[in-house]
Design a protein around this ligand. Structure first.
Ligand code: GBH
Length: 449
């Protein structure tokens, strides 16, 4: 076959962590099983016009029932780690009160099965599925949500930290703020524009309080998963350079500086900003972290907006690169740029990095033999792993790489229209078929390529 022509991984330390990543609402389904409460994503996806074809996570990959099969796929793939998320509304159906035993039971069984398969669980507490009752009380616009989140963190860690040693508080708070509360293209679908800024602060406070709660309940390694985009100015004109800096402050540094430097970036251009009491929370937010999780997909190109616009910047399409099925540009050098940039910005304050998400969606042509030829994913992953090696050669401390995603799954507002999996899922039959990229990765991880 084509094997001899396929790209190969460079050599990595035996301690390097290789994983796949998923999230609860995107794969579990079984939304009313085990006393699970409703989340903002159940509500949003059921609202006409919010997701492609009106699709929801009601069934998704039926992972809630099929987790044994999915763990077997990972064991055969040869990954050391699995990043997944706990559904807050399974553990606290209305986001308050004692833990729901049936909800915890699912994660008990999942974690035991992972450990039996020799796979290290890496649990994210919050991958966007706020209990609807918490949202009804204000959601991340309310400071109280940070305290509720910390209570949930305590319940989760008290039940599971004897077996889960690796914890991630929040997944991509920037996306919750910008898409969930700013633009309304994600749950909870609010359109507050820059009025959404308090949700950044309340999530960061929730992260800090949850980090304290996790440690008090015995968690060993605690981090966060932040999305970063390298930001490219569209020209060297000072207006475009300033606009790019403003975008980077909002997208990257607003969510990283408070954690790693204990200060917010200067957001002077914002007329409605952070809550008054933000400064007093900074020491709580800046809890020491054991690792910094980076989710990387693509860069942003930015130019100055026309005078009088609500925002000082505009996104410009990036041309001259291949594109994924989602139309995002494929820019492996952007991963290296991000890793080197974080290391230079934060120096000794930056803990070791885990790449907690990287991957792409593909068109997945089926071959005559019934296999799925996702060559674009092979090329994407190979190029990004090479870029991360380049960053490590420059001195960046990267300890692991998690591929988004194990399975094709519910891709939020895109519904089932974008396939990010190493494993194809037929959403009619729930049949799993490992793609060419899965077989390729298996050979890389076994070192037998
Ligand atoms: C992650 O978010 C999520 O954590 C995960 O749940 C999700 O399934 C996965 O990625 C795939 O989407 O149009 O070129 O400017 C991704 C966050 C931020 C990535 C915006 C793409 C825009 C690319 N996204 N970014 S572009």
């Amino acid at each position: 076959g084509r094997d001899g022509l396929q790209p190969r991984f460079p050599r990595f330390s035996a301690h390097f962590r290789w994983g796949t990543a998923t999230s609860a609402y995107q794969i579990e389904g079984a939304v009313t099983e085990g006393g699970r409460g409703r989340s903002v994503w159940d509500t949003f996806a059921a609202t006409p016009g919010k997701t492609a074809r009106g699709e929801t996570g009601e069934i998704a990959c039926d992972h809630y029932r099929r987790y044994h099969e999915d763990i077997a796929l990972m064991a055969d793939l040869g990954v050391s780690d699995y990043r997944f998320s706990l559904a807050w509304p399974r553990i606290q159906p209305v986001g308050a009160g004692p833990a729901n035993p049936a909800g915890l039971d699912f994660y008990d069984r999942l974690v035991d099965a992972l450990l039996n398969a020799g796979i290290t669980p890496v649990a994210t507490l919050y991958h966007w599925d706020t209990p609807q009752a918490v949202e009804d009380a204000g959601g991340w616009m309310s400071r109280d949500t940070a305290h509720r989140f910390a209570d949930y963190a305590t319940l989760a860690a008290e039940a599971l930290s004897d077996r889960i040693r690796w914890w991630i508080t929040l997944n991509e708070p920037v996306i919750v703020t910008l898409l969930g509360y700013g633009l309304g293209t994600h749950a909870p679908g609010r359109n507050l524009m820059l009025g959404a800024l308090p949700t950044a602060h309340h999530q960061l406070l929730g992260h800090g309080l949850a980090t304290q709660a996790l440690r008090a309940a015995g968690a060993e390694h605690v981090g966060i998963a932040n999305n970063h985009m390298p930001v490219w100015a569209d020209s060297q004109h000072s207006e475009d350079v300033a606009a790019a800096a403003a975008f980077a402050d909002l997208y990257n540094w607003l969510f990283a500086d408070p954690l790693l430097t204990g200060a917010y970036p200067d957001l002077r251009w914002l007329d409605r900003g952070l809550p008054e009491q933000a400064a007093v929370d900074l020491p709580t937010i800046a809890q020491p972290l054991d690792f910094y999780g980076l989710n990387y997909y693509s860069p942003a190109r930015i130019r100055a907006a026309a005078p009088g616009s609500e925002l000082p910047f505009e996104l410009v399409e990036i041309t001259g690169y291949p594109r994924t099925a989602s139309k995002w540009p494929v820019v492996p050098a952007g991963l290296r740029e991000t890793l080197v940039g974080l290391t230079e910005r934060y120096r000794d304050a930056l803990p070791p990095i885990l790449i907690t998400e990287n991957g792409c969606s593909t068109a997945d042509p089926a071959t005559a033999e019934g296999t799925i030829d996702d060559q674009d994913r092979i090329d994407f992953l190979h190029a990004h792993v090479a870029a991360l090696c380049g960053a490590m050669d420059e001195g960046v401390d990267v300890r692991g790489y998690f591929i988004w995603s194990l399975l094709d799954n519910f891709e939020w507002a895109e519904g089932y229209g974008q396939r990010f999996g190493l494993v194809h899922v037929d959403f009619e039959t729930q049949r799993r078929t490992p793609k060419a990229s899965y077989h390729w990765l298996r050979r890389q991880l076994a070192g037998t390529a």
